[in-house]
Design a protein around this ligand. Sequence first.
Ligand code: BES
Ligand code: MN
Ligand code: MN
Length: 462
Amino acid sequence: MNSIQSYLKEHKDRFLNELIELLKIPSISADSAYEKDVIKTAEVIKVSLEDAGCETVEICKTEGYPIIYGEKIIDDSLPTVLVYGHYDVQPPDPLELWNSAPFEPVIEKTDIHPEGAIFARGACDDKGQLYMHVKAVEFMTATNQLPCNVKFMIEGEEEVGSKSLSTFVKNNSDKLKNDVILISDTGMIAKDAPSITTGLRGLSYVEVEVTGPNRDLHSGLYGGAVANPINILSKMIASLHDENNRITIPGFYEKVEEPSKEDRAEMAKAPFNLEDYKDALDIDEVYGETGYTTNERNSIRPTLDVNGIWGGYIGEGAKTVIASKAYAKISMRLVPNQDWEEITKLFTTHFKNIAPKAVKVKVTPHHGGQGYVTPIDNIGYQAASRAYQTTFGKIPIPQRSGGSIPIVALFEQELKSKTILMGFGLDSDAIHSPNEHFGIWNYLKGIETIPYFYKYFTELFK
Ligand code: BES
Ligand code: MN
Ligand code: MN
């Protein structure tokens, strides 16, 4: 047993208990009713960084939720790793679909996690994954094995668009100066198939409002004679995809890079079983853009999805009514080179164009961000790859993810450094869903792997 393994063995229970305490605080950034809890979580993170051996730790106030900054600088001539994570979580609803309370963590065994998994909102996204970094640094400082400088920047608004963090990064580029950014806020293919995320999709999120008559109307007296905004909105939304499931917004694909044959062949090598995929979701068939595989559809292709749609009467029984308004929330996942603000404009123009004169349309952009791809020929990627090889005994597979962490593109733009995405979660961990969980094995494996990244990165940096 090596040094990190014996440290883990000795402190495993404490590492689990500390994470469980962190998960008990409902740090839901989207809901202002939880403001106190979000702020309390920032304080807990601050103390945990101090306990882990960081020397300067501060809670940086912002217009929104605080950012925790911590650092341990051992020598200016050594490289600096900047760790990013987020302590805010998604709202837990629908609550009735949870098998246990979202903020009362429990450990249960599952087929994939026979060692047990911690069930709680934020267990994987991102409290569990960010805490692996805190514990990895604790190990390195406690055993005098931290080979380079480390900085932490942990925010509380990731799930709502990282607005304060953008300003913070722009205003503090000196303080945040680093040689590589390290993030665990993504996943890996499987426990026996480690992977490194090499790309994230961008995002444009909009809300639309379609207004017909100025008030709700009797659907018998007026039905058939005026535009029903719900009917119209449905029609408009349906027209946003063609028969091949391609998005019909003019110019939408203009900047999308077509993958080369070689790239596609490389992607197809990643382990993936379509039957297992369908079984896990209980669907008879997958659905998506003609001409692309499931893995391509959910990573290197842009998409448009309605996330919510409402209007009219949804109470018990029947009410014969034509609503005055109908609404939808729509997200577009974008691929590198598609600019999110440009896509938002294309959407807005198109959506207004396709509306019949009988309705008024309002489009409100929410938030967005650019996609990201990282090359694999840099020392950051190589250090990560070697770290996985050491602890998993396998070469990790580079894989582009379909999710978004919009701030990553801004990091590169402002701080001029590459981000390495070492995620230890699994797709089955149900992030953003009821019964979110994080495998204890994954948590400990992350803590074991991270110190090797520091070691190899420092060695390669010389
Ligand atoms: N950690 C996720 C993103 C993620 C998960 C990327 C798994 C790759 C694999 C992050 O917290 C998240 O949920 N991002 C949002 C975007 C944000 C602007 C709300 C997303 O992807 O929907
Ligand atoms: Mn996250
Ligand atoms: Mn998330």
